[in-house]
Design a protein around this ligand. Structure first.
Ligand SMILES: [Zn+2]
Length: 75
């Protein structure tokens, strides 16, 4: 992507432009938590098998969409 201020090319993960020092992205941009992973986590307490299946599906989904929720799914 390109810096809005100076127009130079910067990395996609860059928060601040290394050339002019302008903030490009919002620093506090929280990742969307995979809700299905949380559901699987809760379900695993009550229905271990159903929760396990749900967690496996959620884990695959989270990996695919690069969402933050793999920790819940693993649990
Ligand atoms: Zn810049």
């Amino acid at each position: 992507m390109f810096c809005k201020n100076c127009g130079r090319e910067v990395g996609d993960n860059a928060v601040i432009c290394p050339y002019c020092g302008v903030q490009i992205k919002e620093i506090e941009k929280k990742k969307q938590t995979c809700s299905l992973a949380v559901v699987g986590f809760i379900l695993s307490f009550f229905f271990s098998i159903a929760g396990l299946i749900c967690s496996i599906i959620a884990r695959k989904k989270c990996r695919k969409e690069n969402l933050d929720g793999e920790g819940f799914a693993l649990a």
